[in-house]
Write a protein that binds this ligand. Sequence first.
Ligand code: AR6
Length: 177
Amino acid sequence: MTARITLVQGDITRQRADALVNAANSSLLGGGGVDGAIHRRGGPDILAECRALRASHYGKGLPTGQAVATTAGRLDADHVIHTVGPVWSATEDRSALLASCYRESLRVAADLGARTVAFPAISTGVYRWPLDDAARIAVRAVRDALAAAPDLLAEVRFVLFDEAAYAAFEEALAAQG
Ligand code: AR6
């Protein structure tokens, strides 16, 4: 059975899921927005693993569009999957990188055996991606990934911080059937 796509308005750090996705930056060492909230609420074990990743596989940081997992620390999840969204650009189409964040995060989740995955609206905060466009890209990328591997996951949940973000994702879901 194909996984369900669900929408929730709220704080992603309050969600229960096998994997929570973090809208990180390539340093993996924390920041504001979702990233700040995840490290604050998840505790120091997450940052310790991020530092270890920087000291091993990701000496130059995690490239935009890729994803990597750590412990979820004190969060109600088994894993945090860190992904780096593109900064929005008016002159360059970076949509493929944004889609890649969703696809790669789901790939990492499936490799870990996670069945439920919660995403924030990647790149729509500090990285300034317009919500409607980001929502369309996110829904399409998740739909495509689920269609390619229908049995891998049970639920993909978008956790939208405010009403405007929720409405944008609701609209994108409706428009894409
Ligand atoms: N739960 C769910 N959504 C949230 C939360 C939360 N606790 N907090 C904010 N949002 P952002 P980005 C929404 O800025 O644009 C960081 O400094 C927010 O309203 O977290 O990918 C990183 O370290 C927005 O809709 O991520 C990077 O440097 C969405 O989540 C940079 O920001 C994403 O906003 C990444 O920027």
